[in-house]
Design a protein around this ligand. Structure first.
Ligand code: NDP
Length: 334
């Protein structure tokens, strides 16, 4: 474990950090699935920002560790007690434990879903973690007053992987999503995907712009995966009784704060994680079916904007952390 390396901006964490070049491909024996497990041969692997948190140690893993939470492939063997999958099925997943950066693995079957024929392996790998996240954010993470057609919501990093899916899905649900992004080009992308307004938060005060757009009222929900850099202004962007839905920390973890900061407008705060939603096969399948339907209908398109061979995973991580990517990214396998 190293705390510094040259030639690359250090991560903004206080803990010791694993750098991209620590990611190494090794040969391991895969083995046979035990009860409740499957063996899957991957066709494509999804890249996610959570992989950066795992790599750096922001979300600690016991090392040496495999990382990656998303992939698609073909089921090659099925363990005892697994009834929803059979050998030869096309499948895709967002699942714990991490370890999807590989050609083949044995893993718990619970969060692995059959992939509909109309959805390609690459799309499946690019959308499960991101799409299920958009699903629970828009459908299950509700302010006490509920969300209705026409309501304004604010979504940070709107041109990213989760972002582009959420922009389109919010539009399909009739919500007015205001997106933020780190460049004008990314703002254009968010607008092209259904955001009604896009704010470059590197050059504009997004809380002030949100107030302008909403006639001084503020939004009902802020979906904040940026964390430290956006926290204060996200709270400022909410209307009274609004919901701050924190679900990530791309700019670094939010420092400790006093609950009294929520007093300005009697605000609500939740810290959401996908894996507290997908705790049973039934729930995972219902959420995945919702995602498959909206993708198959064409209302949500999965934009795979970057592809890297698995052997170039270090570069994929550098580009993701340097904010060079948009939409979804996949790691390809020969
Ligand atoms: P993205 O493709 O959205 O990439 C992260 C984006 O965050 C960047 O492109 C960048 O966009 C923005 N960002 C803002 N500040 C920084 C910074 N200092 N360093 C790096 N990036 C920054 O990633 P994902 O779609 O994979 O995930 C989006 C977020 O959602 C992540 O924070 C992730 O952890 C979270 N997430 C949470 C889940 C949960 O259940 N809690 C599940 C899935 C994802 P820009 O340049 O436009 O600012």
């Amino acid at each position: 474990q190293r705390t510094r390396r040259s030639g690359h901006e250090p991560r903004r964490t206080d803990s010791p950090t694993w750098w991209p070049e620590e990611l190494q491909i090794v040969n391991v024996q895969v083995g046979e699935p035990g009860p409740g497990e499957i063996r899957i041969r991957h066709k494509a692997v999804g890249l996610n920002y959570i992989d950066v948190y795992h790599r750096t140690g922001l979300y600690p893993l016991k090392t040496p560790a495999s990382i990656g939470m998303e992939a698609s492939g073909i089921v090659e063997a099925v363990g005892e007690g697994v009834s929803h999958l059979k050998v030869g099925d096309r499948a895709a997943y967002a699942s714990q434990p991490p370890g999807s950066y590989c050609e083949e693995r044995v893993m718990p079957a619970m969060n692995v879903c059959k992939l509909p024929d109309v959805i390609s392996f690459e799309t499946g790998a690019a959308m499960m973690l991101k799409g299920l996240t958009a699903q629970y954010l828009l459908k299950k993470t509700r302010p006490v007053e509920g969300l209705e057609k026409g309501d304004f919501v604010l979504f940070h990093a709107a041109a990213g992987g989760v972002g582009l899916i959420t922009c389109q899905w919010a539009k399909a649900l009739g919500l007015q999503l205001i997106g933020t992004a780190g460049s004008d080009a990314k703002c254009q992308l968010a607008l092209a995907n259904g955001a009604v307004h896009a704010i470059n938060y590197n050059t504009e005060d997004f809380a002030a712009r949100v107030k302008e757009i909403t006639d001084g009222k503020g939004v009902k929900v802020v979906y904040d995966s940026v964390g430290k850099d956006t926290w204060d202004k996200s709270l400022e962007s909410l209307r009274p009784f609004g919901l701050m839905a924190s679900f990530g920390n791309a700019s670094g973890p939010v420092p400790p704060f006093a609950p009294a900061v929520l007093g300005k407008g009697s605000l609500y705060l939740t810290r959401q994680t996908l894996f507290s939603h997908i705790t049973s096969r039934e729930v995972t399948q219902a959420m995945a079916d919702d995602l498959f339907d909206v993708v198959a209908s064409g209302k949500v398109k999965i934009h795979i904007e970057q592809r890297y061979p698995l052997k170039d995973v270090q570069q994929a991580h550098r580009d993701l952390e340097a904010r060079k990517t948009t939409g979804s990214t996949i790691l390809t396998l020969d």
